[in-house]
Design a protein around this ligand. Structure first.
Ligand SMILES: Nc1ncnc2c1ncn2[C@@H]1O[C@H](COP(=O)(O)OP(=O)(O)OP(=O)(O)O)[C@@H](O)[C@H]1O
Ligand SMILES: [Mg+2]
Length: 323
């Protein structure tokens, strides 16, 4: 089995706001191996982006804080590093493609200059020709047509899809061992979505990079991920290999998410959606966080949090119904 690139253990990240403490990530554990794609899936606001930003140590300051847990990347404990040490790791060992690609591009510099800047920062290349070669090869990796021409362009001259690829090229230009891809929320149309997924598979085949793919869509998980962690209100409620989770989903929330994927073979084309809202992360209920919306709850569910159970085959689930 290939080696573990990233291990996250009991990660807790909170936002300290004037109104109170938002427990955005509340005791999350998972790992990712080389050449593997882990999907993190869940509804809006469940803590997916905050998990990624915590690994990058790029939480908004002041306010966002990692309050517990361990993050180990290639044997290095990230939470023990100084800000300077972390800056060196970012981009060279781990990079993240943000949900909104425009925020990662600077409108006043050309694409070529922006990628070159990143190459210069993380690789010790003095020769400008070598830097340009690296820039062009990262644009090629992201299947950007005529990279030599494109690197002279400014971000506003590119389409949204092309900008997304450029952000990907910046993320990959220093050959990180872990890539965190936060799926753009603005709904990509089906063709662009399929191309985007094919692109990540191709990058992984060429580089062996471990990928964390963040999405709210189980359809994307099926196409793209080897394993999956289902997040709900700051916690992972179920995790397993992708094939196992589709065959034997255990948590009612996982089942509901799988049911909400549109399917061509289904006769009625109404989209199933989960009724109700997740609990406020500022006022969490004492029991299971999904209890309010669960149609299958027991008395204990509203009183005590269900412990995580390993039901074999590396399949874990936190639900009182599962014995
Ligand atoms: N700067 C902040 N200050 C206070 N709370 C925040 C801040 N950033 C995020 N949060 C809260 O943390 C929780 C998790 O947010 P996060 O962005 O990780 O959700 P997400 O799963 O990525 O959702 P989406 O699918 O919409 O991107 C949310 O409840 C959000 O309101
Ligand atoms: Mg997000």
């Amino acid at each position: 089995m290939s080696k573990i690139v990233l291990e996250v253990e009991g990660l807790r990240t909170s936002f300290f706001t004037r109104k109170g403490i938002v427990k955005a990530v509340d005791g999350v554990s998972f790992f990712v191996r080389e050449k593997e794609t882990l999907g993190i899936v869940g509804e809006s606001g469940c803590g997916k982006t905050v998990t990624g930003m915590s690994i990058m140590r790029l939480l908004p300051e002041p306010g966002g804080k990692i309050v517990g847990g361990r993050i180990t990347l290639n044997g290095t404990s990230l939470l023990e590093l100084s800000k300077r040490e972390m800056r060196n790791i970012r981009g060279c060992m781990v990079s993240m493609i943000l949900q909104d690609p425009m925020t990662s591009l600077n409108p006043v510099y050309t694409i070529g200059d922006q990628i070159a800047e990143s190459v210069r920062m993380h690789q010790n290349l003095a020769d400008e020709k070598m830097i340009t070669n690296e820039v062009v090869s990262s644009l090629r990796l992201l299947q950007i047509p005529s990279p030599e021409t494109l690197l002279k362009n400014y971000p506003f001259q590119l389409s949204g899809g092309m900008r997304q690829r450029v952000v990907g090229a910046i993320a990959m230009c220093c050959k990180p061992s872990l890539l965190i891809a936060d799926e753009p929320t603005t709904a990509l149309d089906a063709t662009i979505q399929a191309q985007y997924i094919a692109l990540f598979k191709d990058i992984q085949a060429k580089t062996d990079v471990a990928i964390i793919f963040i999405t709210h869509d189980f359809g994307v998980i099926a196409d793209m991920c080897h394993r999956v962690a289902v997040m709900y209100a700051g916690k992972i409620v179920e995790s397993a290999s992708t094939s196992e989770i589709f065959k034997k989903p255990q948590h009612p929330y996982t089942r509901a998410l799988i049911n909400s994927v549109p399917r061509l073979d289904r006769k009625d084309d109404r989209l199933y959606s989960i009724e109700g809202q997740p609990p406020s992360l500022m006022h969490l209920p004492p029991g299971c966080r999904f209890c309010e919306r669960c149609s299958d709850s027991l008395e204990i569910c509203s009183k005590e949090e269900p412990p995580e159970k390993n039901i074999g085959n590396n399949h874990t689930v936190s639900c009182w119904r599962v014995q």
